[in-house]
Design a protein around this ligand. Structure first.
Ligand code: SOE
Length: 391
């Protein structure tokens, strides 16, 4: 059919490499004719055994322990960064300077300064970018966006969002890179809070100011043995000496948007019993929308225009009639998973390359989120409202 093949080099062989590799393989199977056929050329990890294993497991053509091999390979057009956060900037800037398109895991960088350099390098070299805030790709969240854009819930008054997990609630769970500021930048805020920030920016609009509290409840943890991030497996840290946690375990903040809407966002990885509890509720002048990722096929909506003896929340199960539905499954509620969000992300990225348009959310959005994170941390430190800097 003459569909273009685009070669991908992926850096970092952990959990995200698995998600992205499945997406490269699955995207053309869902969205046909595909905007491109991604070809898994090379996977890199500093741990040779992990790189070798990942090549076989995720079906790459080759592997290396040096990410420069991807940058230097003229046959690779897309660089996919799935490393811990502290490596994003250097790799992305090198990739942009080599003229390669980039998809980078979130949060984009350790600081707004780094994010700005990444964004500017991409602009200068005219390469396309995407930051992997995949949850906004959930069809139910895209449907929420459609209803909002159509005016179905009127002007947005407020947004209340959470991202709650419990994998770090056990003090015996190990000190992975996600608790070390020089590697991750911030804790619950950067790791998961930024997903909700991205969703709120997508659905409600730009942030004007924030007022935040952060806390670190577990101040030291057993140093992790082994390289792979074990995401809270307390056996991985068993008996090891302890190291300092220098990032937030929890953050909670109020938001005022440029358009006047208010919001609140809460993120923690210490909420026993909560697994991947991304929720939001949006109230508008003509209706409300509710979402819970743990029931991600469903969108709860209430329209004020409904006759008042039957007004209330109704459940819409996403399916073929909804965003991306033509490519996904033929019957509503067959089930959208984490994989599907990554497949849609991959589809949007390659579609943008084909159309030569922005692949949203891109490095500009990632930079905007970094400016918000900076304001949140500053607000928590100074105990005051802080204006979010403009790009
Ligand atoms: C750990 O909190 C984590 O893997 C996040 O880093 C991801 O962004 C989230 O999707 C799942 O949880």
């Amino acid at each position: 059919m003459g569909i273009k093949k685009i070669n991908v080099g992926l850096i970092g062989a952990g959990f995200m490499a698995k998600a992205h590799s499945i997406a490269y393989a699955g995207m053309p199977m869902f969205f046909w004719p595909a905007p491109a056929i991604p070809v898994k050329k090379m996977i890199v990890d500093i741990n040779e055994a992990a790189a070798r294993d990942a090549k076989e497991k995720f079906a790459f053509e080759s592997y290396s322990t040096d990410w420069h091999d991807i940058i230097d390979d003229p046959d690779i057009q897309v660089v996919d960064i799935c490393t811990p956060n502290n490596a994003h900037a250097e790799i992305a800037i090198a990739a942009a300077n080599a003229g390669k398109h980039i998809i980078c895991e979130k949060p984009l960088a350790l600081t707004p300064g780094q994010a700005k350099e990444m964004y500017l390098a991409a602009e200068k070299n005219h390469v396309r970018t995407m930051v992997a805030f995949n949850y906004r790709k959930t069809p139910a969240i895209q449907l929420a966006k459609k209803y909002i854009d159509e005016g179905a819930i009127g002007n947005i008054l407020d947004f209340r969002g959470t991202y709650l997990q419990d994998w770090s609630a056990d003090p015996a769970s190990p000190l992975s890179w996600r608790f070390q500021k020089d590697i991750c930048g911030s804790g619950a805020l950067g790791d998961i809070g930024t997903h909700v920030v991205d969703i709120m920016r997508f659905l409600v609009g730009d942030f004007k100011k924030v007022n935040a509290r952060t806390a670190t409840y577990i101040k030291e943890r057993p140093v992790q043995t082994g390289l792979a991030d074990s995401l809270g497996n307390s056996r991985a840290g068993c008996g090891a000496p302890k190291g300092i946690v220098d990032v937030d375990d929890q953050c909670l903040f109020m938001v005022e948007c440029e358009n006047g809407a208010f919001g609140s966002i809460e993120a923690t990885r210490n909420a026993w019993g909560r697994n991947n509890y991304i929720t939001f509720e949006i109230h508008g002048t003509k209706g409300s929308i509710c979402f819970n990722y743990e029931r991600r096929d469903e969108l709860q909506v209430c329209f004020a225009s409904d006759q008042n003896d039957r007004r209330g929340f109704r459940t819409v199960y996403t399916g073929p009639a909804h965003p991306y539905g033509e490519g996904l499954w033929p019957i509503p509620a067959l089930g959208i998973g984490y994989t599907e969000t990554k497949i849609i992300e991959c589809y949007d990225f390659f579609q943008a390359l084909k159309d030569n348009t922005r692949a949203l959310p891109d490095f500009r959005d990632g930079y905007a989120v970094e400016l918000i994170s900076e304001a949140v941390l500053e607000s928590a430190k100074t105990n005051s409202w802080v204006d979010v800097k403009k790009i």
